[in-house]
Design a protein around this ligand. Structure first.
Ligand SMILES: [Zn+2]
Ligand SMILES: [Zn+2]
Length: 271
């Protein structure tokens, strides 16, 4: 099984409900040899009563104990998921170097300063305007930051919509997608296939639930080599979700490998 490179625990992620023991047990039960733990860190996140940051040194220390718990059969990769906003780019790049992370994920969780999870106003916009602005932010994030490895869940914008036509397609905003991919490819970063997004699309009965093949084909056509998979698990029972389906799908499009990062270096695994 390939690495599940995107998971959260309740110890350091404000919105997660699983313990490190639960995560380790699920990974072992499902036959994984390696997982990434990527706790949320949001700089200047709008106040919602939760603490979206954590003490990096405490995390670094805890991780040593976690690695011992996991034992020799399951490698834990120490990661972080930074939330991007235009005015925090330099701060994220600085924080990413504070402790020896294996992998740094960058995400866009906010649209015009509000998380889709709590504010659904953005879904009143025409679909192409919404996607152009969101993928444009992904492109800006990948251009402006340097100390990262993976651009996470480009399709986060769909998770909470009631409009099934909101599924992200390449044709919605080809120029923004090309800018996004150009930045990723020139900096040798990876594009994440977020299997929680796949699961959410299935739950909501979207007409499509797997990523638009035109997006993945264009990424490869432009020279994109690095794809990684992450289930973005936050609660027991969601680790590794839809992995088999995503792997089969990627293979059907001609992808042969995915990658994981150790000390920011990409390592290939066959799909
Ligand atoms: Zn995220
Ligand atoms: Zn996440």
């Amino acid at each position: 099984m390939v690495t599940d490179g995107h998971n959260h625990t309740k110890h350091f992620s404000a919105d997660a409900g699983q313990s490190i023991d639960e995560l380790i047990n699920q990974a072992k039960e499902q036959g994984f040899n390696r997982i990434g733990i990527t706790e949320h860190y949001e700089v200047d996140y709008p106040d919602d009563g939760l603490d979206w940051t954590f003490d990096m040194n405490a995390y670094n220390d805890a991780f040593k104990t976690w690695k011992e718990k996991a034992g020799p059969d399951l490698e834990l990769l120490m990661g972080v998921e930074f939330g991007y906003q235009t005015h925090v780019a330099e701060e994220i790049d600085r924080l990413a170097m504070q402790i020896p992370f294996d992998v740094v994920l960058l995400s866009v969780h906010l649209f015009r300063g509000k998380d889709f999870y709590v504010d659904r106003e953005c879904y009143k916009l025409p679909k192409t305007d919404l996607h152009r602005e969101y993928i444009g932010m992904m492109a800006e994030m990948c251009e402006r930051c340097d100390n990262y490895d993976v651009a996470a869940h480009y399709d986060y914008i769909n998770r909470y919509t009631d409009n099934l036509a909101n599924f992200v397609l390449y044709e919605d905003c080809p120029r923004e997608f090309d800018r996004f991919f150009e930045a990723l490819i020139s900096k040798e970063k990876a594009l994440e296939i977020n299997t929680k997004s796949i699961q959410k699309h299935k739950e909501r009965c979207f007409t499509m639930h797997l990523p638009d093949p035109a997006i993945l084909n264009r990424y490869r056509e432009m020279g994109g080599k690095y794809i990684c998979l992450g289930s973005d698990s936050h609660f027991p029972g969601t680790f590794g979700v839809c992995f088999d389906e995503a792997m089969t799908y990627l293979k059907s499009l001609g992808f042969k490998e995915s990658v994981y990062f150790r000390q920011h270096k990409p390592y290939s695994e066959s799909l």
